[in-house]
Design a binder for this molecule. Structure first.
Ligand code: PEP
Ligand code: MG
Length: 885
């Protein structure tokens, strides 16, 4: 199997492996594809991801075969360009870049201008006719290579550069002359010598292999690992390495470099979007060192900016670029994120990939592209990440709320966020763990800040453009971000910041509006999201193609209403205990629990009956005509007990019993392992009057709503924590008896069902016989995960993080279903249940019902519905559609 693939020039691009991202990485595959469709791509070669995996597993060694293949591929590049690596007269320079299967912006390493040394720099100066350019390129190379490959702190070089500029009284790098760079090169080499005890490598082959090794190694860098964990990228993938002939955007004013998107990645608008810099190299744009300029005249004018756009400054190269945009969109049928360089007026394409986008943009583009005939509905559905919808379902700033605007930066990633100011990533993470909402404020962010960005509600940077690290990463994470707010100046020592003439400090509250770039003092009011427009259209398509139904977990009329707006088709889980906690009721609940006789309990329950009945009536009214699964009381009774003396005293007064007596009863109810204790159906078995009251409330409410609205609700009465058939048999008989009583009293009958949760391993195994008693099963995968893994849902945070880091669990099993283990029980129970009762209704109501990966599994197993919390309902609708396609 080939280990190295060449592209560009006369290279043969016909091997399908070369365009397979799993083999050559996203960048390598797309470079080959661009070259094949005739776009101007500098020649180069890709070392496969498989080689990276071998290298990392095999003790960081290169095989002779690989060395030979690279030498051959390098010849292809040299012949195509007509230059040779290490040739003193006319040297070839190359870039060495990482390129994994999916893009990991800024997470891995890159080396540019490789091939320069004390001799070749003179050749470059001679052939380019530009001394300044040659020495600038050499100093850039030393700086980058020393940082990335040799591990010398890049701050040392930056400091030397700052001092050199200060000595000369310069402000910009562009003011540095050839001799200034030459002097700096000597200084840089001195730094390397001093730091490492050996000189900067002059052998160009040593340079090349050093860079290849560094790129492979960067796959396992700390920041890449964090990024992989956050984005569920497996460690086994590895990265490819792309070695490519350099083209130079820093050869004077007819050269430039830029980053562009074929549509606006923040809004989805069909307009070219991007930034460029004249006389610069790629890293200058991304690093946010110089403020980049607009690509199009329209964008420049809209922003009221002065420096000419590329469209105005380089019309010929721009028009060629615009043609490339259109061609690439048609070819890939998706929005592309592009890197390009103009060298002396000639356009070169360095990269293309499907661009990261905000949820809003993803939706708009998916819907627009169907309209444009670029993609079909099914493909549009598959294009939108269900979890990204989360960004759209949450409130945005109320346009009518008062705003104390401190400054306006670039609208780098949309959405609104309020929180306290934090100036470094570690502290942001700490405070966020403590439950605080934080806004991370930095001069600019770097990949080392990623954990803090993730922990923050929003990100504000003083420097950097729309494609800066902060902007790209924030958009990917769905965090609101305002970048390039140049009025912000930070004093890290005092831990304060100044915005314009206002002084602020760490801990003060800020609000960001990532959609217009506004930075505001204090907290600003928000409004509910807009669910029509593109969102509504995509959801309609999703509904057309999905098989599974989507219900909601809700127990208040408000939540039910919201869930219906989000498209819920019924209630999959109404946790009735939540109704017990309401103010005014808890006292009756406590009275019931603490009573020491059935008669005492019945007295208290009689007070609760009308309350529960009216709750159910309201819910049935909101969900009229839709199925409603109502679960009878589940948690252990001690959860409802009073806490603290004052609560005991209050209760004593209400129920006319002594505090001492109540405390003794509470002590008797205490459990060491309540999750496995007196809860669920065990309560119904031991205190049947509780379930009787609840069943009565359900049926009385249903009969009332049937009479008043003309359409009867369909209650599905659900018994929790069943382990044996006999438990269900007893409780089903109880529910049926109460139903018959109520129907007789009311003179009306409604349809209903009795079923159970499958949330214990024994219930899953015995599903065949349990199904004799159950018209439906709802998989309670929260408890099923807890009891199958023997991992507490409440106490596992401390070790689950490390477990995921070490790859023991691929993901938190309470977030995403453990498909192999718990999933096996679900599958088996579904099969056994169906074998007994062909039309048994099957659903899931654990948190996994709102997790796209778990929903995919539910489709595979053939469940009838998933049930998720209201905000997750749209996510579930889309994920269910994707699972059906
Ligand atoms: C479950 O266990 O998955 C479930 C939905 O019930 P609860 O979370 O209320 O225990
Ligand atoms: Mg449960």
């Amino acid at each position: 199997m080939k280990t190295v693939y060449t592209f560009g020039g006369s290279a043969d691009h016909s091997d399908p492996r070369q365009k397979d991202k799993t083999v050559t990485g996203g960048k390598g595959a797309n470079l080959a594809e661009m070259a094949q469709i005739g776009l101007p791509v500098p020649p180069g070669f890709t070392i496969t991801t498989e080689e990276c995996v071998d290298y990392l597993a095999g003790g960081s060694d290169f095989s002779d075969d690989l060395r030979a293949a690279v030498a051959d591929a390098l010849k292809h590049v040299e012949q195509t360009v007509g230059k040779t690596l290490g040739d003193n007269g006319d040297p070839l320079l190359v870039s060495v870049r990482s390129g994994a299967r999916v893009s990991m912006p800024g997470m891995m390493d890159t080396v540019l201008n490789l091939g320069l040394n004390d001799k070749t720099v003179a050749g470059l100066a001679a052939t380019s006719g530009d001394d300044r350019f040659a020495w600038d390129s050499y100093r850039r190379f030393i700086q980058m290579y020393s940082d990335v490959v040799l591990g010398v702190d890049h701050g040392l070089f930056e400091e030397a550069l700052e001092i050199a500029k200060e000595d000369k009284g310069f402000y910009n790098d562009t003011e540095m002359e050839a001799e200034d760079w030459q002097t700096l090169v000597a200084e840089y080499k001195g730094i390397v010598d001093q730091e490492l005890g050996h000189p900067f490598p002059q052998d160009v082959n040593q340079q090349l292999w050093g860079a290849i090794a560094a790129v492979f190694d960067s796959w396992d860098s700390d920041r890449a690992k964090v990024y992989r964990r956050l984005n569920d990228i497996p460690a086994e993938w590895g990265t490819a390495v792309n070695v490519q002939a350099m083209v130079f955007g820093n050869m004077g004013d007819t050269s430039a470099t830029g980053v562009a998107f074929t549509r606006d990645p923040a809004t989805g608008e069909k307009a070219y979007y991007g930034e460029y810099l004249i006389n610069a190299q790629g890293e200058d744009v991304v690093a946010g060192i110089r403020t980049p300029q607009y690509l199009t005249k329209a964008a420049r004018e809209a922003a009221g900016a002065k420096p000419l756009s590329m469209e105005e400054a380089m019309p010929a190269a721009y028009s060629e670029l615009a043609d490339v945009f259109d061609l690439l969109e048609k070819h890939y049928r998706d929005m592309q994120d592009i890197e390009f360089t103009v060298q002396d007026g000639k356009l070169w394409m360095l990269q293309t990939r499907s661009g990261k986008r905000t949820a809003k943009a993803a939706l708009k583009m998916a819907v627009d592209m169907v309209g444009e005939g670029l993609v079909e509905e099914k493909e549009a559905i598959l294009r939108v990440d269900p979890m990204a919808l989360d960004q759209l379902l949450h409130p945005t700033l109320d346009p009518d709320a008062k705003r104390d605007v401190l400054t306006t930066g670039l609208p780098a990633s949309p959405g609104a966020a309020s929180g306290v100011i934090v100036l470094d990533a570690d502290r942001a993470e700490q405070l966020a763990h403590g439950g605080e909402k934080v806004i991370l404020v930095r001069v600019e962010t770097s990949p080392e800040d990623i954990h803090g960005m993730h922990a923050a509600k929003g990100i504000l940077t003083a420097r950097g453009g729309m494609t800066s690290h902060a902007a790209v990463v924030a958009r990917g994470m769905g965090r609101p971000c305002v970048s390039g707010a140049s009025a912000v100046s930070i004093d890290m020592k005092a831990r304060t910041l100044r915005i314009g003439n206002r002084e602020l400090k760490e801990g003060d509250t800020l609000t960001l509006d990532g959609s217009n770039g506004q930075v505001m003092a204090g907290e600003v009011a928000t409004i509910e999201p807009e669910l029509a427009g593109d969102f509504g259209i995509l959801m309609e398509w999703a509904d057309k193609y999905r098989r599974m139904r989507v219900r909601t977990n809700a127990e208040t009329p408000n939540d039910c209403r919201m869930a219906r707006q989000f498209g819920a088709e019924g209630i999959g889980l109404c946790r009735t205990e939540h109704m017990f906690f309401e103010a005014g009721r808890i006292s009756a609940v406590r009275e019931m629990i603490l009573a020491d006789s059935e008669a005492g309990r019945r007295d208290a329950l009689a007070k609760l009956l009308p309350e529960q009945r009216s709750d159910f009536r309201e819910i049935f009214e909101v969900m009229v005509g839709l199925p409603c699964t109502i679960r009878l009381l589940d948690p252990p009774l001690h959860e409802f007990l009073p806490h603290g003396d004052s609560e005991f005293e209050e209760l004593a007064e209400n129920v006319g019993l002594s505090v001492d007596y109540l405390k003794r009863r509470a002590g008797e109810l205490h459990e060491f392992n309540p999750m496995l204790g007196h809860r669920g159906c065990r309560l119904g078995i031991t205190y049947p009057e509780i379930y009787e009251m609840q069943a009565r409330a359900i049926f009385e409410a249903a009969c009332e709503v049937a009479k008043t609205s003309g359409e009867a609700p369909v209650p599905e009465v659900m018994i929790p924590l069943v382990a044996t058939r006999r438990e269900l048999q007893i409780l089903r008989a109880l529910v049926e008896r109460v139903a018959a009583e109520v129907f007789a009293e009311q003179g009306t009958e409604i349809e209903y069902m009795v079923g159970t949760m499958i949330e214990l391993p024994r219930a899953a195994l015995m599903a065949g016989e349990i199904a004799e008693e159950a018209r439906f099963f709802s998989f309670g995968t929260n408890d099923l995960t807890q009891t199958t893994l023997g991992v507490s849902r409440d106490d596992s945070a401390r070790f689950l993080g490390p477990y995921v880091d070490k790859g023991i669990f691929a993901r938190d099993p309470f977030v995403s279903l453990d498909l192999e283990g718990v999933g096996q029980l679900v599958e088996l129970a579904a099969e056994r249940g169906r074998a007994t009762r062909g039309d048994i209704k099957l659903g899931i109501c654990g948190e996994h019902g709102g997790d796209p990966a778990s929903i995919g599994f539910c489709e595979k197993v053939g469940l009838d519905y998933v049930s998720a919390s209201p905000y997750r309902v749209p996510i579930a609708r889309l994920a269910a559609a994707q699972a059906s396609l």
